[in-house]
Design a protein around this ligand. Structure first.
Ligand SMILES: Cc1ncc(COP(=O)(O)O)c(C=O)c1O
Length: 376
């Protein structure tokens, strides 16, 4: 009989794991800076960075130092108690986001669940029919039932119907459709200021401003999902800060790079939106543990040093890609902000992703035809 030690990780996964991931043919072993190495020692330039998680690359010495220290002190303590790092991190996030209060969780989808509970609690306080949530076609908000219900991509929802009632979808940047859909029963409007999984599509300022205006007119909560487009990646703390003038949400959620691989997400909200959730109405076992929060504090310190340069580096990257687009007609468009970059092709990008792996480059393809780079 084959022993665990002799079986390849790929064979073991094929035999024992749910087959829900269409894995690419690489077994990664370690990383350093912007590079990762497979088990055979082959080096790859990592332009996808854990789909935006490894925003500081791999093995950052300052992260290693605080993680080592904190593991020795305390990894977890229950939310029954205070610890040293949730308060300072919440203050940091409040200052960066312009929100008043923060709730910590473990992932983007969980953060979205928290935001949806705020939307529901807000609507319910006003009247029983006020539970509709307006979201965008081609959006992605996560895999749990609430987040999935407002994810505007049929392929993710189809097999799990019926979803949470009250979700309605409008095409991105379609002001007319938004005006027609939002009404007295709208409890929340949820959008990604730059759609990630949907193909790196930025929202126009006019569209986001209209969402704000309609949310105010109908007393609904405006939620921005900054899980992929936020937390430094756009060259500002959050993508809504790119808009001129800035459009403020009532609630913003984020996750991915916050603790650089240690799971951490948050819901940040205005005083009024946060007050819809009373004591005992929401919570988590793992969310906001000392290890994740301390790592995130270090992440924010490092991000502050990097932030001024992100727009330049990302701009240079897009400029060079735009030069390629002039040479190759199969490149339809280069889009994005900061270090969130999409290259739309005339055909599916899967083969290019595989060819890049051969050449020692990790890149991803989203929405079938958009090559996506989320570099460290
Ligand atoms: C915009 C957005 N929201 C939510 C999620 C879900 O986050 P997680 O996979 O951490 O649950 C993602 C993941 O890619 C995302 O891009």
């Amino acid at each position: 009989m084959e022993t665990v030690a002799s079986a390849s990780p790929v064979d073991l996964e094929k035999q024992y794991l749910f087959q829900n991931y269409a894995r690419l043919p690489v077994v990664l072993a370690r990383g350093k800076g912007s590079y990762v190495y497979d088990t055979a020692g082959k080096r790859y330039l990592d332009l996808i960075a854990g789909i935006g998680v490894n925003a500081l690359g791999h093995g950052h010495p300052r992260l290693i130092k605080v993680i080592r220290e904190q593991v020795g002190k305390m990894i977890h303590c229950s939310n029954l108690y205070y610890h040293e790092y949730q308060g300072p991190l919440a203050k940091r996030i409040a200052q960066a986001s312009g929100m008043d209060r923060v709730f910590f969780c473990n992932s983007g989808t969980e953060a979205m669940e928290g935001a949806l509970k705020i939307v529901r609690a807000h609507g319910r306080k006003l009247h029983a029919e006020k539970f509709e949530t307006i979201a965008l076609q081609d959006s992605f908000h996560g895999r749990t039932f609430g987040a999935l219900s407002i994810t505007g991509q049929e392929k993710y929802r189809r097999d799990f119907e019926p979803m949470l009632p009250g979700a309605r979808f409008v095409p991105r940047n379609d002001i007319g459709a938004l005006e027609q859909t939002v009404g007295p029963n709208t409890a929340g409007i949820v959008l990604e200021v730059v759609q990630g999984e949907g193909g790196i599509y930025p929202m126009t300022t006019a569209f986001v401003r209209k969402a704000r205006e309609l949310a105010d007119r109908y007393n609904a909560i405006l939620v921005f999902d900054e899980t992929q487009c936020g937390v430094g990646r756009p060259g500002t703390y959050f993508a809504y800060q790119l808009l001129e003038p800035v459009v403020m949400p009532d609630v913003t959620v984020a996750a991915k790079p916050l603790a650089c691989g240690i799971p951490l997400g948050f819901v940040a909200a205005t005083e009024s939106a946060a007050s819809t959730i009373g004591a005992g109405q929401h919570g988590t076992t793992f969310g906001g543990n000392p290890l994740a929060c301390r790592t995130a504090l270090e992440f924010f310190d490092i991000l502050d040093e990097l932030l001024p340069n992100i727009t330049n580096v990302g701009g240079y990257f897009r400029m060079r890609l735009t030069e390629l687009a002039k040479r190759y007609s199969f490149i339809k468009e280069v889009r994005g902000y900061g270090l969130m970059i999409g290259v739309e092709l005339e055909f599916p990008g899967k083969q290019i992703v595989l060819d890049c792996i051969e050449q020692g480059l990790l890149i991803n393809c989203t929405h079938d035809i958009v090559l996506r780079a989320l570099p460290p």
